[in-house]
Design a protein around this ligand. Structure first.
Ligand SMILES: C[C@H](CCC[C@@H](C)[C@H]1CC[C@H]2[C@@H]3[C@H](O)C[C@@H]4C[C@H](O)CC[C@]4(C)[C@H]3C[C@H](O)[C@]12C)C(=O)SCCNC(=O)CCNC(=O)[C@H](O)C(C)(C)COP(=O)(O)OP(=O)(O)OC[C@H]1O[C@@H](n2cnc3c(N)ncnc32)[C@H](O)[C@@H]1OP(=O)(O)O
Length: 382
């Protein structure tokens, strides 16, 4: 796999850093997640393919253990508020001094500088600060965040993984590590570059929810079908729009022009009425194989059995029977291989990892009996 041989220490976080670590693991990196001790269960649902080491970082001895793990690794991924790592003596300057090849990725909401750098926040705050949230929502309604997809995952976890891969690539030439300051505000905004760059096209001139791509246009929206399901319509170009109208059994001559914004309300009413006359599957039989850009709105459970997804193996079931998306994109020679076994228990790999990183058996036992580390291999064997 593309990242085979890359060793990553991931400090346990909430959502974006775990996703970043999972991407790296899917593409072959060895990802060791550092968990707290004395926690009943992890909140990391993106732990696929990772190992878990449990350390009580309130103890200086545990900090020393973590330092040893970090300086012998390729990447450190930390999701804490600015200053937390420095307070432990594990800031980038300290670690890069000992391992100049280290890539030190800092994944935060607001970045490492600026007046918000130390403030708490979540996806919705970062999205708001990126400018994008102001554009998301229905006409005459308040802004709505599209789950926590944009800042946490696209602008945060994915963008940070991209930064790590870039830094690894650069290191292969320079031999030097570096620090990555991944701000979710900036990552989200960057993902949304199109919104700024396309303003000159007039795409966003109208109020929120009244533009072509934000649910303002009747040919770019979802419609309810007679069985209570939905279809998505994205028939923008005139030739595709013509296929939509044909599939709906309408006559173009009876309809207002596609791009007549003042008629969009009337056109939407017509589409709503017609889509409500057939089931989602019936519309599928009409539109599949055409260029009308009409697709079913599938639920998370339905994706697995859709013939297109099935043909490509886009989703899979792991050993616990959970459906997951296959890692993307597909590399022809060295594709990702998502681990299918269960997620690690907290501390399941503490002993094995410490041994591998050069700790003696006696040292490990001392740390264990002092409550500085936690080992849970036994739980894994139950
Ligand atoms: C919208 C999303 C978040 C969604 C996540 C939800 C899915 C989950 C959020 C809460 C979960 C529920 C909850 O935990 C209660 C239940 C628990 C149960 O086990 C399961 C069910 C629950 C209901 C559970 C269910 C779900 O999992 C949840 C609902 C996001 O937007 S995520 C993005 C958040 N933002 C960032 O990541 C940006 C960067 N980070 C930060 O700004 C801050 O970290 C943050 C997130 C604001 C948190 O601040 P906090 O003050 O808590 O921490 P920090 O200042 O960063 O400092 C970390 C301290 O922790 C110490 N520490 C770290 N590791 C260890 C260790 N191994 N041992 C000991 N101590 C450790 C570290 O030293 C710091 O200590 P100090 O404060 O003393 O310096």
């Amino acid at each position: 796999m593309a990242l085979t041989g890359v060793r990553v220490i991931e400090l346990a976080g909430l959502a974006p850093a775990p996703f970043c670590g999972m991407i790296l693991a899917d593409f072959g990196a060895r990802v060791i997640r550092v968990d707290r001790t004395k926690v009943a269960m992890t909140v990391d649902t993106q732990a696929r393919g990772k190992q878990s080491v449990a350390l009580n970082l309130k103890s200086p001895k545990a900090v020393a253990v973590l330092k040893r793990l970090c300086v012998q690794s390729d990447v450190v991924l930390e999701p804490y508020r600015k200053g937390v790592m420095e307070k432990m003596g594990l800031g980038p300057e300290d670690l890069l001094k000992e391992n100049p090849r280290l890539i030190y990725a800092r994944l935060t909401g607001y970045g490492q500088s600026g007046s918000y750098a130390r403030a708490a926040g979540h996806d919705i705050n970062y999205l708001a600060m990126s400018g994008l949230l102001s554009m998301l929502g229905r006409s005459s309604d308040k802004p709505y965040a599209p789950l926590n997809l944009v800042a946490d995952f696209a602008g945060g976890g994915l963008m940070c993984a991209f930064g790590i891969v870039l830094a690894l690539l650069e290191r292969s030439r320079s031999g030097q590590g570096q620090i990555i300051d991944a701000s979710m505000v900036e990552g989200a905004a960057y993902v949304g570059s199109f919104m700024w760059k396309s303003r000159s096209l007039g795409l966003w001139n109208r109020l929120r929810g009244e533009n072509m791509l934000d649910s303002g246009a009747p040919f770019y929206d979802t419609y309810r079908t007679s069985d209570g399901k939905y279809v998505a319509v994205g028939a923008i170009e005139p030739q595709f729009y013509a296929e939509l109208v044909r599939g709906l059994g309408l006559d173009d001559a009876d309809l207002p022009s596609q791009m007549s914004v003042s008629d969009w309300l009337q056109l939407r009413q017509t589409f709503t009425r017609v889509f409500a006359t057939k089931t989602q599957a019936e519309w599928g039989r009409i539109f599949d194989g055409t260029d009308a850009c009409v697709t079913p709105v599938l639920s998370l459970d339905e994706v697995l059995s859709h013939p297109h997804n099935q043909a490509r193996g886009s989703f899979f079931k792991d050993s616990q029977g959970e459906i997951s998306p296959r890692p993307a994109p597909i590399l022809s020679r060295s594709p990702a291989e998502a681990c299918r076994s269960r997620d690690p228990f907290i501390g399941e790999h503490t002993r094995a990892v410490l041994k591998e990183y050069g700790f003696e058996q006696a040292q490990i036992e001392q740390l264990l009996s002092a409550g500085i580390i936690e080992c849970n291999e036994a739980k894994a064997r139950l």
